[in-house]
Design a protein around this ligand. Structure first.
Ligand code: ADP
Length: 719
């Protein structure tokens, strides 16, 4: 017999294993080892390696996705912060440009601050000595000098008398007395002015005008104790007096007064000009052009507001510092300083210092809202404006300073909900690792399944090969026997009648055995093709069994075995195929004989009983074949009805067989709507029972018997 070619690996392994175990054993072990190594190599190549690769890719992709996510959040945060600071830069640098353009064009930046920037509340100009020059001037502190409360009391009483509608002549006299008692020229001027007004009211026009004119001439530039400039008070009084005589001319005079006031610089800390202008406008209202009137009102209101802010904010402006800072930069270019209430932009132009104040609260509140709105509400980040003394916000992703405009201020982009973000990250990680794990598991499962399927295919192939070998073997021994006995008869070698008789018996017995074998093989082939049909006819089951027993008699006799049969005569009639049932009984008896020892007894019993068949309790007829032979191991019980299956047990293996007898028997029983059951104990014997339903089943109940694929266990009956 030719030996299969051996691989270099097997040869190498056998050489390594040879010492201590002999060449043949070493070769066997080497082949086995090579098989194991091959399996390990295939397993490593098809499962372990892809699994590792997949795992690595999974972990790597999760990691890089997380990094990408973080990088993206950082990019988004940077973009948001940049957009915001760019916005602030654009807004304030365009203010600088507007200022510069105006100054270069020789236009004033003093009026209408809102045109330069909506949050600009004040613009100021200082001369090179850093004295406030426009649109206001600082008040003269020295002019305030009081004559004392007693002297002022005289005037106050006169004033109360005049206001309460007292006689104007008397009022003029009282004011004159008050003037005589007052010491401060500023207060004397006030009493004179009031006297002038009382004289006018009393109808002494010439005298009144003279007094008022004198006040204007001597004290025009001075202010009364309430901050009103005498020239303005006189002008207002004269114009109102004129209105009494010629309203249009009076109104024109009031208009001119307003224009003069607006053209003038107002005084910080002495805001009488605004009140005089408002009074003049309200007196002249019915007679003036409404368009001019509303324009003038606007200008007065703006100037008054600026004056308010000037009084509020000037104390925090360090003009000397601003001058020094701006001296270093290009003329017109602003330097920024953050005060406590104002954001100051200061710029030098020619010999002057310009200071622009933004209301810090309004500006930063607006920027705060802008920052919030600069990131969409569904983004994982949000932007905050952070003041110099604000606490440090948590989870900052990006921070940008608002210098040089708002020193100390910054915009911080923070994670909106870091907890939710982490939870989302965990969820994604679990999902990815889950997918990778499942994929790896499926690869392993696929591999295992393939190994099992291939193993089964190999088993089937081996079983078929065994089957062919067993059939040939099984055929050979009866044929040899028949030929030997035939030849000895032919050649007259059997001398006595007894010898001749024995030869005939052997020929008959062996040809019966031969035909049983051929029947089984042919039936099995027909069953496999699906071509096997049975003719079920009502008949006596005991009779069919009896036929089988008769055909087996000589074989059992030969083996010196006893057959005990209990076959009641009154068994009910059952639909069955007599030949097929006989074949079943013959298969069971020949197995019983085969797997028992010489001289043993085989019992065949038929009886009616109650039993669970086809899922329901019913009357059945049971034909049992019992032996006390080698028995069947529990794990074999599951498979002995499968095609080609033969027990691996050495005792069973010693007996020749094809592995199809029980398969055919099971098939025949299913075709009868019945089944076959087995109970067995290794070493004690086996009992096989053919169970027929008493009432013939309908074709649908009977079902289509089939041969389950080899190796795949189908439910076997009983145990
Ligand atoms: P075989 O030709 O091998 O007997 P069967 O299909 O008739 O094929 O039986 C299948 C297997 O069941 C046998 O190989 C044997 O191991 C086991 N077997 C069947 N009948 C008996 C029995 N009466 N006692 C012990 N083992 C049995």
């Amino acid at each position: 017999m030719a030996t299969p070619p051996r691989s270099a690996l097997t040869r190498l392994l056998s050489r390594l294993l040879a010492p201590g175990r002999g060449e043949v054993r070493a070769m066997e072990d080497a082949m086995h080892l090579e098989g194991v190594l091959r399996f390990i190599a295939v397993f490593a190549g098809t499962v372990v390696l892809p699994a590792l690769l997949l795992g690595w890719i999974g972990v790597h992709s999760v990691r890089s996705e997380e990094l990408d996510g973080q990088a993206e959040a950082r990019r988004a945060a940077q973009a948001a912060a940049r957009t915001f600071t760019d916005g602030v830069d654009r807004e304030l640098s365009s203010f600088e440009e507007a200022v510069e353009t105006r100054l270069e064009a020789g236009r004033s930046t003093m009026d209408a601050p809102k045109e330069l920037h909506p949050d600009l509340v004040l613009t100021l100009r200082f001369d090179r000595d850093l004295r406030l020059e426009a649109p206001f001037v600082m008040g003269d502190q020295d002019s305030v000098h009081s004559s004392g409360p007693l002297a002022m009391d005289v005037w106050r009483r006169a004033d109360a008398f005049a206001r309460s509608g007292g006689d104007p002549d008397e009022a003029a006299a009282r004011f004159k007395r008050a003037a005589a008692r007052l010491a401060s020229p500023r207060e004397v001027a006030r009493a004179d002015f009031d006297r002038g007004r009382s004289l006018l009211a009393a109808g002494h026009r010439q005298a009144g005008l003279a007094v008022l004119q004198a006040v204007a001439d001597q004290h025009g530039a001075q202010r009364d104790p309430w901050g009103f400039r005498y020239s303005d008070l006189v002008a207002l009084t004269l114009a109102s007096e004129l209105m009494g005589r010629d309203p249009a001319a009076g109104a024109r005079a009031l208009g001119r007064l307003v224009d003069t006031l607006l053209a003038d610089r107002w005084v910080v800390g002495e805001g009488g000009e605004g009140a005089v202008a408002r009074r003049a406008l309200s007196l002249a209202e019915p007679y003036l052009d409404p368009v001019w009137l509303s324009g003038a009102r606007g200008r007065v209101a703006r100037r008054s507001a600026m004056l308010f802010w000037a009084e509020e904010l000037l104390p925090e402006l360090d003009t000397a510092g601003a001058w020094a800072e701006t001296a270093a930069v290009k003329p017109g270019v602003a330097r920024w300083r953050t005060g406590s209430r104002a954001l100051w932009a200061t710029a030098r132009w020619q010999d002057d210092l310009y200071a622009y104040a933004f209301d810090l609260d309004t500006l930063t509140n607006r920027l705060r809202a802008d920052a919030m709105g600069s990131v969409s509400a569904d983004a994982p980040i949000t932007a905050l404006l952070v003041a110099p003394d604000d606490p440090e916000p948590a989870n900052i992703v990006e921070r940008r300073s608002l210098a040089p405009y708002l020193a100390g201020w910054s915009v911080a982009v923070i994670l909106r909900d870091p907890g939710a973000l982490r939870a989302e990250q965990r969820r994604r990680r679990t999902l990815r690792f889950g997918i990778v794990g499942i994929s790896v598991g499926m690869i392993a499962l696929g591999f295992m399944t393939s190994v099992r399927l291939i193993g089964r295919e190999l088993d089937v192939a081996r079983m078929k090969a065994d089957f062919a070998a067993s059939v040939s073997h099984e055929l050979r021994s009866p044929i040899t026997q028949i030929r030997l006995k035939g030849e000895s008869l032919l050649l007259g070698l059997a001398d006595t009648d007894q010898e001749r008789d024995s030869a005939y018996h052997v020929i008959v017995r062996e040809s019966e055995r031969l035909s049983r074998l051929v029947d089984n093989v042919l039936d099995f082939a027909a069953i496999e093709r699906g071509a096997k049909r049975y003719a079920l006819r009502p008949g006596d089951l005991a009779e069919s069994v009896r036929r089988a027993l008769i055909s087996m008699e000589s074989s059992l006799e030969f083996k010196d075995m006893t057959l005990e049969a209990v076959l009641p005569d009154d068994l009910p009639v059952v639909h069955h195929d007599a030949d097929a049932v006989a074949q079943c009984v013959i298969n069971l008896i020949s197995n019983a004989a085969k797997y028992s020892s010489q001289g043993d007894t085989i019992r065949v019993i038929a009886r009616t009983a109650q039993g669970l068949l086809n899922g329901r309790q019913q009357d059945i007829i049971e034909i049992s074949v019992m032996d006390n032979g080698i028995g069947i191991a529990a794990h074999d019980l599951r498979q002995i009805f499968e095609p080609f299956y033969r027990s691996r047990d050495t005792q069973a293996r010693r007996r020749k067989g094809t592995g199809i007898g029980l398969t055919i028997t099971r098939y025949i029983m299913e075709a009868h709507g019945g089944d076959i059951q087995v109970t067995s104990k290794p070493g004690s014997g086996s009992a096989f029972s053919l169970r027929f339903p008493l009432n013939p089943p309908s074709p649908s109940e009977r079902g289509t018997p089939n041969l389950s694929p080899p190796g795949i266990p189908r439910p076997f009956h009983g145990a």
